[in-house]
Design a protein around this ligand. Structure first.
Ligand code: IPM
Ligand code: MN
Length: 369
């Protein structure tokens, strides 16, 4: 009997439903080809549902989603809802409640995709950012006093436990160790490094020169864990310098690991260097629970309903989901199909400039598959 996966689908707001329709199309085609099926349950949570009912998520959202093998999410965000409500009430709440403590964001320049970085090719831009996804300033500790007076004080605490840091680092070291393969040899390593027996590289990004308490914890934990991974060459980079190297020498990076807010910021930059939001996918992972896969771009209200948005990021998210579920071959085949479509068909990755409609791009990926 073929394998069946239970998928919770949250198309969400704006262009979310349009890109998710294409991701589902590709998922179904991959299932037919590789011999698995998906049982999908759709949820209408998002801005429209909030405006109609005043509810961001039902009280039992966690229980409902936990009955699935994975969650596929379109986009959350609505122009008529005050910023913060849907982000905190849906996206962040799901990440926290499902304990998705890793945000995995591959930075990969597909063939045929334009990068704003001069003279950089697909082989130069191919790394992964492991963003800690549940702690730091996102924890939500803090407050305001003397609100709306000239003396108002605001405080947003940046907190990390050793436990949170260690589990994130563990994931990153394991990923770095596994990333080395014939297809992906020795990224960022010199001849001397290779001779010394290193197969991969892991860079910790922080700000140890100023934020000494929290970044000191990350650095000590990182150096301690490095001893268990002699094949992984470790490096450290301040976050400000990282943004510089990501633009100037992206080929230096293999796997980056960093805390939540720094990871949030550098991955938008990383996405722009590799073709933008139209092609960038991400995964919110709970390695022992239910994970959630999403295109990292937003709901793009101005393109909603026009059939012009690029669905490749959502299709890439579906591929990441299959990889995580263990359908490695199908995941790789979808990635290859995306590369075929970017390399031979699309004129641009930007909404409205692809030379094809949203659903035609989905069809092209299916045809390539
Ligand atoms: C992201 C987004 C979210 C974040 C927002 C929408 C809450 O920017 O997924 O990167 O800050 O994590
Ligand atoms: Mn972000």
């Amino acid at each position: 009997m073929s394998k069946q996966y239970k998928i919770a689908v949250l198309p969400g707001d704006g262009t979310g439903p349009e890109v998710i329709a294409e991701a589902v199309k590709v998922l179904d085609a991959a299932g037919r080809k590789f011999g698995f099926t998906t049982e999908k349950k759709y949820y209408n949570w998002g801005g429209e549902h909030y405006l109609a009912t005043g509810e961001t998520l039902p009280a039992d959202a966690k229980e409902q989603l936990s009955a699935h093998d994975a969650v596929l999410l379109g986009a959350i965000g609505h122009p008529d809802v005050k910023p913060g409500i849907l982000e905190k009430g849906i996206l962040l709440k799901l990440r926290f409640d499902l304990d998705q403590y890793i945000n995995l964001r591959p930075v990969k320049l597909y063939p045929g995709v334009e990068t704003p970085l001069a003279n950089k090719k697909p082989e130069d831009i191919d790394y992964v950012v492991v963003r800690e996804n549940s702690g730091g300033v996102y924890t939500g500790m803090g407050g305001n006093v003397m609100i709306d007076t000239p003396e108002e004080i605001a405080c947003q605490n940046w907190v990390y436990s050793r436990y949170q840091v260690d589990r994130c680092l563990k994931f990153a070291f394991e990923l770095a160790k596994k990333r080395h393969s014939a297809e992906n040899p020795w990224r960022g390593l010199s001849e001397a490094d290779r001779k010394a027996g290193y197969t991969s590289q892991l860079t910790l990004v922080g700000k140890t020169n100023v934020l000494t308490y929290v970044c000191g914890l990350w650095e000590r934990a990182f150096n301690a864990m490095a001893k268990e991974y002699p094949m992984v060459k470790t490096a450290y980079c301040h976050v400000d310098a990282t943004t510089m190297w990501m633009v100037k020498n992206p080929e230096w990076f293999d796997v980056i690991v960093t805390e939540n807010l720094m990871g949030d910021i550098i991955t938008d930059l990383a996405a722009m260097t590799s073709g933008g939001m139209g092609v960038s996918a991400g995964a919110n992972l709970n390695p022992t629970g239910v994970s959630m896969f999403e295109p990292i771009g937003g709901s793009a209200p101005k393109y909603t309903g026009l059939g012009v948005i690029n669905p490749l990021a959502a299709i890439g998210a579906a591929a990441m989901m299959l990889d995580f579920l263990g359908e490695k071959e199908a995941a790789r085949a979808i990635e290859k199909s995306i590369a075929t479509v970017t390399g031979t068909k699309l004129k641009s990755m930007a909404a409205g400039k692809m030379g094809y409609s949203t659903s035609e791009v989905g069809d092209l990926v299916v045809a390539a598959l």
